[in-house]
Ligand binder design. Structure first.
Ligand code: FAD
Length: 326
């Protein structure tokens, strides 16, 4: 019997079959089944960073392990099936600091290392001690240190070189490793001089996100649809002669620029059709106005990408992962 899978963009698709693995035993059984039958395997969390096409061939595996082990040395090992924000709230309730800037990011703990989730000056890699994975082919478990995960901006080995090699089963976070970060102007402004405790930063981040990002229930979306591109310094200087755009140095001779500014100045803000549109308050976000299929969203995103490239010579890269076939 086909199973329905839906995502935060409000798109539904059919999977040939679906298994929720509540334990490592169930996970290993699913991996053995895949080895035996040769069916394709797709690992999914809460589907908040995907573009779903009409059908997923083979087995969809959802890691649903919810073990949570708080350790004496101010760390936690959290199962892949826990919601990320549930972990953030639980850590704040225990008086820990480290995850406050990453408040209210949708999705599961297991998906967090996949694109090294980040927001308001902090990334998962800043607070991570290890990622517990099971190799899909052998069923063997490994613990990977952050320096073994090839983390980058919205990137990791799980998303790049080792795509489809591992299932992430747990994440180990080390708290109180870094001072509270209020380097983002929005966060500092929102605190208005009050003391920057972890709960206060979390509240500020939730308030800013609530103001800027569309609610996924009323306006289905996948968060940022494009990554902020990195340009060589000379290309950045040339771009700055065309439009006034901020740049953040990332290493020698490279500058990251806000994709939102490029999309906005190309005239895409609020533009769209009856099914898909760019969100009015945040041009990085594409919303499903109702009835859009995955292919409609991809077509719309391609038009934005092509237009930005023609005008500014900058290639935008899609952030959500496209899953399935038509
Ligand atoms: C409104 C909104 C705001 C957002 N804001 C942010 C933000 O501020 N910062 C940010 O970084 N992201 C943001 N995102 C994106 C999203 O929240 C994150 O990428 C999140 O980690 C996705 O989790 P998920 O469980 O939904 O993963 P899914 O969408 O289900 O999967 C994403 C990818 O991860 C892989 N994957 C998932 N679980 C596992 C696992 N256990 N093992 C191996 N691979 C796995 C999947 O195969 C897929 O390729 C936002 C999304 C939305 C909708």
């Amino acid at each position: 019997m086909p199973e329905l899978v839906s995502n935060s963009l409000g798109v539904r698709c059919e999977a040939d079959s679906l298994v929720r693995a509540h334990s490592k035993r169930e996970l290993l059984a699913a991996l053995e089944r895949v080895q035996r039958t040769g069916e394709p395997l797709t690992v999914l969390g809460e589907c908040s960073n995907t573009v779903l096409l009409d059908r997923i061939e083979g087995l969809v595996l959802r890691p649903a392990m919810r073990d949570l082990e708080w350790c004496e040395d101010d760390s936690v090992v959290a199962g892949a099936g826990i919601s990320w924000d549930e972990l953030v709230r639980a850590s704040l309730d225990r008086g820990f600091c480290g995850l406050e800037n990453l408040s209210a990011i949708p999705g599961s703990v297991g998906a967090a290392p996949f694109q090294n989730i980040g927001a308001y000056g902090r990334e998962l890699a800043d607070v991570l001690r290890s990622v517990h994975v099971v190799a899909r082919e052998t069923g063997h478990e490994h613990r990977l240190r952050p320096d073994e995960c090839a983390f980058g901006y919205r990137d990791s080995r799980f998303k790049s070189i080792d795509r489809d090699r591992f299932v992430i089963v747990a994440v180990e976070i080390e708290f109180n490793r870094r001072p509270i970060d209020v380097s983002y102007r929005d966060v500092a402004d929102s605190l208005e001089g009050s003391s920057p405790t972890a709960p206060a930063v979390s509240r500020a981040v939730r308030e800013i996100r609530g103001r800027k990002l569309p609610d996924i229930v009323d306006h289905p979306n996948a968060g940022s649809f494009f990554k902020n591109p990195v340009l060589p310094t000379d290309a950045f200087d040339a771009l700055n002669e065309q439009i006034d755009i901020a740049g953040f140095e990332v290493g020698r001779d490279a500058v990251r620029v806000p994709a939102a500014r490029l999309i906005d100045s190309a005239g895409w803000k609020e533009r769209g059709n009856s099914r898909v549109a760019v969100w009015r308050d945040q041009p990085l976000v594409i919303v499903n106005r109702g009835g859009a299929r995955g292919i409609d969203i991809l077509d719309f995103a391609r038009r934005i990408r092509d237009d930005v490239f023609e005008r500014y010579g900058v290639r935008l890269e899609q952030e959500p992962v496209t899953i399935g076939v038509n």
